[in-house]
Design a protein around this ligand. Sequence first.
Ligand code: CP
Length: 312
Amino acid sequence: MDKLEVKHNPRSIINITDLTVEEIDHLIKTANDIIENPEKYQDICAHKKLATLFFEPSTRTRLSFTAAMMELGGNVIGFSEASSSSAAKGESVADTIHIVSLYADIIAMRHPKEGAPLVASEHSEVPVINAGDGGHFHPTQTLTDLLTISRKKGGLNNFTIGFCGDLKFGRTVHSLIEALMRYKGVKFILIAPPELRLPKYMKEKMNAAGAEWKEYEKLEDAMPDLDVLYMTRVQKERFFNEEDYVRLRDSYILTLDKLKPAKKDMIIMHPLPRVNEISVEVDSDPRACYFYQAHCGKYIREALILYLLGLK
Ligand code: CP
């Protein structure tokens, strides 16, 4: 048979639920090993190519994928905006992916339309990793968060996590809750204004999984109980009027003063970018973990690339 005609059926990661708990634990173990022994991995992806197809802006996800592949000895091709690809001429996602999958061994793709990476995976000859699709999923952010929590808290069981801010539209919040519901003894505290509470379908999922959760409107009320505080950006674009946005945005600015009742070993996370929901004075507090978290993102993406390429 003509080698160029061979069809493949690759494994893609569109949602965090595409990975079993055992697979997530394996990825965390690999990421930790890469952190400890980077030299073991420096040539493992020699002659392999990652395509980063970003139809939407990114700093952390795109550049950490790029750095990850380079540290594994591989190469990176791709684009950082749709306008520099033939999408600008009207090419469909399906055709773009079909073509790129003939040139690369693995694809990381971000797209503003929910479901686009799933469509892409159906037309790809190589694994597709969803690097964020609209307000839908962002599985590698969730893996990043899980690696961060496991390293800082010694595991993923038996702790209390507070999610604060925009819990209605935040894709990182929904994915992390879905992942943590599968671990033991994780308690969820949901801190949001009525307009931005966690959607009903997510609460139903938590109930079905037997997860323990409470809802608060004020961050101060939840603070003393938290082992992990996961801040999110209150999204101006979702509000019906400017006045409501300013009122709610200001109520969730994390300051050193608001941290006074928090546990000494609590960790503060944020997927970033932040706008003004964490005051820069908090950056020097030992509990601030969001830059560390972004660093973890590179290593867990290395682990995921290796896993999907069948190299680890
Ligand atoms: N957290 C995150 O996805 O950041 P970027 O949008 O910069 O990739």
